[in-house]
Design a binder for this molecule. Structure first.
Ligand SMILES: Cc1ncc(COP(=O)(O)O)c(C=O)c1O
Length: 360
């Protein structure tokens, strides 16, 4: 099968070195070799999350949503304030509702950031809220949410701040400690540049007591998983080969440095956006809301997403659709993973060809 350049928002292209890690010898997860691997990964995740010893990391077998569900069910005591402006905010809401957890919701248009004064008003009016829940980078559009300003409110009103940074960690500055984030969710198969199947939660340790009491699920209780992992174990069978790959992908991220990767992605996103605009296409979001990894673009006049998708796929590129009402007139292009400026240049050349109705 032809290697595709993945311009979808994960899973991403990974390096040969990460792929090769998959081929390490089979091991048993009850042996010391596994403990060594797990300890290394947890330590490296702390390094790339830039947190000190007030924090710990729990690694879960399961995609990003598993960690979202683990975080929600383990953290909220009584009531959450959910701030949402996209599909992943909706997913948070579905999880909160499924577990019958009380919530107050502030909803905003997909192309706008939340109104901070409304967030503050909610916190004043509803003092029984214990946790603020928000998505950092809404992959629905690529919008950056103001975790710094909401984090400041969480500190002032002494609330737990729970953040989905599945699309943020590795490509944006999350500043977990500075932004008072108590629980932060990330995943292996986006900007960390590894395979899908493993996700993780960065936890401020003083929340572990709450997590011990919140026994809403068996598999996903973060305290139980933490306790096992502190002993170098996993309660259930982990995705061993995916963990091997994650270990190497984390080495690569630490070698590149998180700042280096952020700058690389930012450079690729700028190059992509300038090229798209040169071709006469418009971007969905105002520049100040745009993330370093996801770009929503209005479709060229008279061209459907399906047409564009199929032409790109014939030429080795995967692009992604817009969601909800945006699926009729926008598409998404992401620049996460082991891709280069040359790949984006080729993407832009192809896009020009398709717009002009020429044959490749
Ligand atoms: C912001 C965000 N949160 C959560 C998820 C869910 O991750 P997964 O599909 O790995 O369960 C995604 C997936 O794209 C995402 O973009």
């Amino acid at each position: 099968m032809q290697r595709m350049i993945l311009l979808n928002p994960g899973p991403v292209n990974v390096t040969e070195r990460v792929k090769m890690a998959w081929n390490r010898p089979e091991i048993c997860h009850r042996e010391s070799e596994f403990t060594e691997l797990l300890n290394k990964i947890r330590k490296k995740l702390k390094v790339i999350s830039d947190v000190d010893d007030q924090y710990s990391v729990v690694v879960l077998t399961g995609s990003g949503t598993a960690s979202l569900e683990a975080a929600i069910t383990s953290t909220i005591r009584k009531k959450a304030l959910l701030i949402k402006n996209g599909v992943y905010g909706d997913r948070f809401e579905e999880i909160i509702s499924t577990y019958n957890i009380e919530k107050s919701v502030l909803e905003y248009p997909w192309t706008e950031q939340p109104d901070i004064s409304e967030v503050e008003k909610k916190l004043i009016d509803e003092p029984d809220i214990d946790t603020i829940v928000m998505v950092h980078i809404e992959t629905t559009t690529g919008l950056v949410n103001p975790i710094d300003r909401v984090g400041e409110l969480s500190r002032r009103y002494q609330k737990v701040f729970l953040v989905d940074s599945v699309t943020g960690i590795g490509s944006e500055y999350v500043n977990i400690m500075k932004n008072n984030i108590g629980v932060c969710i990330g995943t292996s198969n986006k900007s960390i540049q590894s395979f899908p199947g493993v996700s993780f939660v960065v936890i401020k340790k003083d929340l572990l007591n709450i997590m011990k009491e919140n026994k809403r699920t068996v598999y996903l209780n973060l305290y139980m998983n933490y306790e096992f992992q502190e002993r170098g174990q996993c309660p259930f069978t982990p995705a061993l080969q995916t963990l091997y790959a994650l270990d190497v992908a984390l080495d690569e991220l630490i070698e590149e440095k998180v700042e280096g990767r952020i700058e690389r992605y930012k450079g690729l996103a700028n190059y992509l956006r300038q090229g798209v605009k040169r071709l006469g296409l418009r971007l969905l979001l105002s520049p100040e809301y745009q993330s370093n990894s996801v770009t929503s673009i209005f479709l060229p006049h008279g061209i459907t997403y399906e047409y564009l998708h199929d032409r790109f796929k014939e030429n080795g590129f995967i692009i992604y659709n817009g969601l909800g009402n945006l699926n009729k007139n926008t598409f998404r292009v992401c620049n996460m993973g082991d891709i280069t400026k040359k790949d984006i240049q080729r993407f832009l050349e192809l896009l020009e060809t398709f717009i002009k109705g020429k044959k490749v």
